[in-house]
Design a protein. Structure first.
Length: 75
């Protein structure tokens, strides 16, 4: 059985979208939309775990504040 689990608060899902959390990017990350470097500033991240119970894969996506706001407004 394959499962998908959001590592943030699962009760806060709105319209089936995963939660995004504002975090400080201490290490360099790339934005999943524009491929811009996010480093030493606040940005939004989403962590999801995919896979089987014994073999899971952790996936983290990052967005800049501006990209995240535009995506929310797109709806």
């Amino acid at each position: 059985m394959i499962y998908v689990m959001n590592t943030h608060d699962s009760s806060a899902h709105i319209d089936g979208k995963m939660n995004w959390q504002r975090e400080f990017a201490l290490l360099p990350h790339r934005s999943d939309i524009s491929n811009k470097l996010i480093w030493l500033k606040y940005a939004y991240s989403q962590t999801t775990v995919y896979g089987y119970y014994t073999e899971s894969v952790k996936s983290t996506r990052w967005r800049t504040k501006q990209e995240h706001t535009i995506e929310i407004l797109k709806g």
